[in-house]
Design a protein around this ligand. Structure first.
Ligand code: SAH
Length: 340
């Protein structure tokens, strides 16, 4: 049975029409779910009891289970249990501009990035759109506060679950849905070229981030197996199409790994690679994990790397660190829970 939280307004409009009812009830339903936030069909009093009966026999209104919460000063991490007893996690970060949440898109991940905890477990399945929507809805409820920003940077490769991702965006962005502005939503990909191109035609102005992590194929092949399928030059070509079509600015994420991709030569090469692209680079201090050998670059070298990019007129920021104390790096909490 489908879950109601994964259905877009368009889908629900056709549903009501197909069932001999009126289209506008779809908007009322959306308002019950996302504005008034009732948790049962019985409370939706402006929808006829016959239609409510029909809805409850067609669509489940079940939520996820929150099985663990770990709190730190400005970050909070939630472990969810899904209907099939799989676990995923979401992280809430408190910024001065609002609350942002990092959502997962898959159970496990097939991309196999060598430095990443999530990739240590192969993909079990994609998350359904409702499982992404509910990460936000349920955290908002627990918190009693609105979430203003969403990043799809948790477990999984979102562009490997494209159709559900798009439904998720449509639901959370809709003014009668969670009403989160497209410019406050960011999706991060390791560089699935055909989907980058497809995404350039998606009408909502959602931000794109690309996990680059290396300035050339030689290094990238060693740490990101996906690079053998879509080498750097093909990713760059796709991004140029994306930039041209959308007129937006994109983000490159670059984790600094000691002795792997953090030399001054890498910084020079990186500056050349992104020259003349409308982008900025987000340098990420590596969050070390117990299970993986990579080490973080020390602060002096991070600053050196940063300065070289600056000198070459590249826009660059260093990511503020959240949650290293509470295992907030991708997949760490789930790993602990399942003892992987
Ligand atoms: N699959 C997508 C999104 C999930 S990962 C992607 O690859 O972009 C989100 C970001 O966290 C990626 O840039 C990833 O490379 C990075 N990341 C993974 N493990 C990390 C760690 N231990 N420390 C810092 N960043 C990490």
């Amino acid at each position: 049975m489908k879950n109601i939280y994964g259905l877009t307004l368009n889908y629900l409009e056709s549903y009501f029409i197909d069932n001999g009812s009126k289209k506008f009830h779809a908007l009322q339903l959306f308002s019950w779910l996302y504005e008034k936030r009732v948790e049962s069909y019985g409370e939706m009093t402006n929808i006829s009891s016959d239609m409510r009966e029909k809805l409850s026999s067609d669509f489940s209104i079940d939520r996820l289970k929150i099985v663990d919460v770990q709190e730190d000063v400005d970050v909070c991490k939630y472990l969810f249990e899904l209907y099939d007893h799989e676990h995923i996690e979401a992280v809430l970060m408190r910024h001065d501009y609002g609350n942002s949440i990092c959502v997962s898109s898959q159970v496990g991940c097939n991309m196999g990035c060598k430095f990443c905890e999530s990739g240590r477990r192969k993909r079990v399945r994609n998350l359904e759109a409702y499982e992404m929507v509910l990460q936000i809805l349920m955290i908002e409820k627990l918190l009693g506060e609105r979430i203003s920003h969403v990043v799809v940077m948790g477990i999984g490769e979102p562009f490997d679950n494209y159709d559900n991702l798009i439904k998720f965006f449509e639901i959370i962005n809709h003014p009668k849905g969670l009403a989160i502005g497209a410019r406050h939503i960011t999706v991060s990909t390791c560089g699935i070229v055909p989907k980058i191109i497809e995404f350039s035609d998606f009408p909502l102005q959602i931000n794109l981030a690309v996990s680059l992590h290396a300035p050339n194929n030689e290094i990238r092949n060693k740490i990101m197996p996906i690079n053998k399928v879509y080498p750097i030059e093909t990713v760059m070509d796709a991004l140029k199409i994306y930039l041209k079509k959308t007129n937006r600015r994109l983000t490159f994420e670059y984790i600094l790994l000691k002795g792997v991709n953090d030399s001054t030569q890498c910084a020079e090469e990186l500056a050349k690679l992104v020259k003349e692209m409308n982008c900025y680079i987000n340098l990420i201090p590596y969050n070390e994990t117990n299970n993986i050998d990579f080490k973080r670059t020390n602060t002096v070298q991070i600053m050196r790397f940063y300065d070289i990019l600056k000198k070459n007129n590249v826009s660059v920021t260093i990511r503020r660190e959240f949650g290293s104390k509470i295992s907030a790096a991708c997949g760490q909490l789930r790993s602990k829970k399942e003892d992987l």
